[in-house]
Design a protein around this ligand. Structure first.
Ligand code: XLS
Ligand code: CA
Ligand code: CA
Length: 437
């Protein structure tokens, strides 16, 4: 049975295409720099938004129909979501999916029954994967939705709840390995706090790290060779989230000796909530050898929360792709952790959201290629730091100068040479010329 009869396989039709179900920029086999577009851009579908989210917000109920012909809350519905999801991914040429345990099946009261359902659905997914190129990008455990996680999962004050968090991670890792996942994500939904009046931060962080170590040990013992990821986010749902941003998360991973097994999953919307650009978070991850995967979406600068919109901002995608290319690509992928706006409530809109996102990143990739090939930005940067390639600069770089010797140089000079211009507007003009010229 087909769920999306209104569309066949979505193909690249070029920039003049007027038909809605076509790619204008995403041309999977086109070679960009040294590899096909589809290898630069391993796109993934987020099970929760695409197959689950139906528009409920704090003020109103569902606007979209995600029943896929079955009764929500049943295993028939869980299977219908698999069928619809695979049809969706195949039609768009998306080769990966990401999931939380509870996105796959309705959660039962008893964890044993939930796990039985997860076994059943993962057998079903495995069967479905046969004969397709579709694989799991990453799995994760939802340790924030169930009321038991009110006070956190790894950071909970209850040893029993800690055991339930461990049980969910264990099962989600089993599923990730079973489905051939490239990675496993920790997004610390309730790992944070509202007030220090009732919170022991050190105790909570120690316990989160302990749980992560247990996860690494277990994952490696069952043959998981991929990366574990932390997905930073500064706030929402908690006022203070422990994994505030990339730099904070990297510090945490190093402090607790987790940095060899973990990388970061950078979400664009979380970057801007933290007061950073998307590309800043990518750069900080990359220079620390920890750029793993991307949650591709965008926020709304006028709203202070996580809106998870399909990416549309071509400048941002261009800047992001510059970082990704210069980091040599991703070992993870681009997961569209994005949902349609509430009034975009049809199944057609589901496709339009992904087409928009995929085209935006393809355009970002093509733009980044232009900028890199042009070379003027790189040449400017070289000029900016050229002073470090003088005799004095080289000595500093080779740690051959003491503080006292540097002070003597300064005294001899009296004052430094005039600074060179940052040339920001000039560089921005070049970017516009390359993008629109
Ligand atoms: C929420 C996060 C979440 C993670 C997976 O803001 O983006 O969806 O990606 O738990
Ligand atoms: Ca995310
Ligand atoms: Ca988000």
């Amino acid at each position: 049975m087909a769920y999306f009869d209104f569309v066949d396989k979505v193909k690249y039709e070029g920039t003049a295409a007027t038909e809605p179900f076509a790619f204008r920029f995403y041309d999977p086999e086109r070679i960009v720099l040294d590899r096909p577009m589809k290898e630069w851009l391993p796109f993934a579908m987020a099970w929760w938004h695409n197959l689950g989210a139906a528009g409920t917000d704090m003020f109103g109920r569902d606007t979209a129909d995600k029943s896929f012909g079955a009764v929500p809350g049943t295993m028939e519905h869980a299977k219908a979501k698999v069928d619809a999801g695979f049809e969706f991914m195949e039609k768009l040429g998306i080769r990966y999916f990401c999931f939380h345990d509870v996105d796959l099946v309705p959660e039962a009261d008893d964890i044993k029954e939930t796990n039985r359902r997860l076994d059943e659905i993962s057998d079903y997914i495995l069967e479905k994967m046969k004969g397709t190129e579709i694989r799991c990008l990453w799995g994760t455990a939802n340790m924030f939705g169930n009321p038991r996680f009110m006070n956190g999962a790894g950071s909970t004050n209850s040893a029993e709840v800690y055991a339930f968090a461990a049980a969910q991670i264990k099962k989600a890792l089993d599923l990730t390995v079973k489905l051939g996942g490239r990675g496993y994500v920790f997004w610390g939904g309730r790992e944070g706090y509202e007030t220090l009046l009732n919170t022991d931060v050190k105790f909570e962080q120690d316990n989160i790290a302990r749980l992560m170590h247990l996860a690494v040990d277990y994952g490696r013992s069952i043959g998981f060779t991929g990366d574990f990821y932390i997905e930073p986010k500064p706030k929402e749902p908690m006022k203070h989230q422990y994994d505030y941003d990339a730099a904070t998360s990297i510090g945490f991973l190093r402090q607790y000796g987790l940095d060899k097994d973990f990388k970061l999953n950078i979400e664009a919307n979380h970057a801007t909530l933290a007061g950073h650009t998307f590309e800043h978070e990518l750069r900080i991850s990359a220079i620390n050898g920890m750029l793993g995967s991307i949650d591709a979406n965008q926020g709304d600068m006028l709203l202070g929360w996580d809106t998870d919109e399909f990416p549309f901002d071509v400048y941002s995608a261009t800047n992001a792709m510059l970082e990704v290319i210069q980091a040599g690509g991703l070992t993870g992928g681009f997961n569209f952790d994005a949902k349609n706006r509430r009034p975009s409530n049809t199944h057609e809109d589901m496709f339009k959201g992904f087409i928009l996102g995929m085209d935006t990143f393809a355009l970002g990739l093509l733009n980044a290629e232009k900028i890199l090939k042009d070379g003027r930005l790189a040449a400017y940067k070289e000029k900016k730091y050229a002073a470090f390639h003088t005799e004095l600069g080289e000595k500093i770089l080779h740690d051959e100068m003491t503080l006292k010797e540097l002070a003597e140089v300064a005294e001899q000079l009296g004052k430094p040479s005039a600074p060179i211009s940052g040339n920001q507007e000039g560089l921005q003009t070049i970017v516009n010329q390359l993008l629109f010229g």
